[in-house]
Design a protein around this ligand. Structure first.
Ligand SMILES: Cc1cc2nc3c(=O)[nH]c(=O)nc-3n(C[C@H](O)[C@H](O)[C@H](O)COP(=O)(O)OP(=O)(O)OC[C@H]3O[C@@H](n4cnc5c(N)ncnc54)[C@H](O)[C@@H]3O)c2cc1C
Length: 274
């Protein structure tokens, strides 16, 4: 399609921006229009000025996204490095805007979690913005939350901030965080190009165990392979295309279904044109 923009935005957006620059797998075709808002007011004005019906995609750090080689028509809004205010409201509550590395928006959209913890267990409320540029607060109770799944009460709303509540715990919290980070470093191929875990864990089992025992560690298509360190990670060794990665995801699913009779479901979001 051909997105027509108001003159004040034409100079500020990037057209045909390679999304391989914005994803942790370092693959992905071009975004027709790529916009990085300065703040929420700037974002709201941009949304209001967009022609009706323009497809809108959101990207945070791109650490859970497989963008196909044909890229994304319409507009990609990137919150990375822009919406990043963090305020402490009281002893146990912080208000954070989407944009904290990871990013908070992506963590909210995915209900990201690790070592038994989950993002939404700490969400008191969120602030969202809609296609018309209107912002509002929603209570956590308005969302249906499950393992790596968040169902919003309305379509086409995106997270711009959240109030997160934590329990106050005395003692060696920093040591606990250091130990969890060390555990992660020992078990995951951190530093290589990946999107973290590719598949969600099926009930009562681990995707990594199923993939490893199906004999798939190290299996390679093009420059993409199943990690030898953690079988639920797929690595781009440098030259893989999104097509290589998606083919490998398909091969892993088929093999695990044949060997174990279990259907694996991608955790990673696959978007864009082939
Ligand atoms: C090395 C590595 C380790 C990882 N380990 C873990 C882990 O332990 N646990 C875990 O859960 N994940 C893990 N991940 C996956 C990933 O980091 C998380 O899913 C993260 O929350 C994604 O955030 P993001 O900003 O990168 O989102 P993106 O990948 O940019 O986007 C993910 C989805 O969220 C949507 N989205 C992004 N921002 C918004 C917004 N503001 N409003 C609405 N929707 C939005 C996007 O449209 C997309 O559908 C890992 C990834 C890597 C690379």
């Amino acid at each position: 399609m051909n997105v027509a923009l108001a003159p004040e935005y034409s100079a500020r957006v990037r057209r045909a921006e390679p999304l391989s620059r914005h994803t942790s797998w370092h693959v992905g075709g071009p975004a027709e229009v790529f916009f990085n808002p300065r703040d929420v007011a700037d974002l709201a004005a941009f949304l209001r000025a967009l022609p009706a019906g323009t497809p809108i995609h959101w990207i945070g750090l791109g650490s859970n996204l497989l963008v196909r080689d044909g890229g994304l028509p319409g507009v990609v809004i990137s919150t990375h490095g822009t919406l990043d205010t963090l305020a402490r409201l009281n002893q146990t509550t912080v208000r954070a805007e989407a944009g904290i590395p990871g990013t908070l928006g992506g963590a909210l959209a995915m209900n990201a979690g690790a070592f038994g913890g989950e993002t939404w267990r700490h969400v008191a409320s969120v602030e969202i913005i809609d296609r018309g540029g209107h912002t509002r607060r929603r209570a956590a109770s308005e969302y249906q939350i499950a393992y790596r799944e968040v169902v919003a009460p309305a379509p086409e709303e995106w997270f711009i901030a959240a109030e997160l509540a934590f329990e106050q715990r005395p003692g060696a919290h920093a040591d606990e965080v250091r130990s969890l980070l060390a555990q992660r470093k020992a078990s995951q191929p951190i530093g290589e190009w990946s999107c973290g875990s590719v598949f969600t864990n099926p009930p009562g089992d681990h995707a990594a165990r199923l993939i490893e025992t199906a004999g798939l560690k190290g299996f390679r298509i093009g420059d993409a392979s199943v990690s030898r360190k953690h079988a639920n990670f797929i690595i781009n060794h440098g030259q893989a295309s999104a097509h290589d990665l998606e083919s490998l995801i398909g091969h892993v699913r088929e093999t695990v279904a044949r060997v174990h009779g279990v259907a694996l479901h991608p955790e990673v979001r696959i978007v864009g044109e082939p």
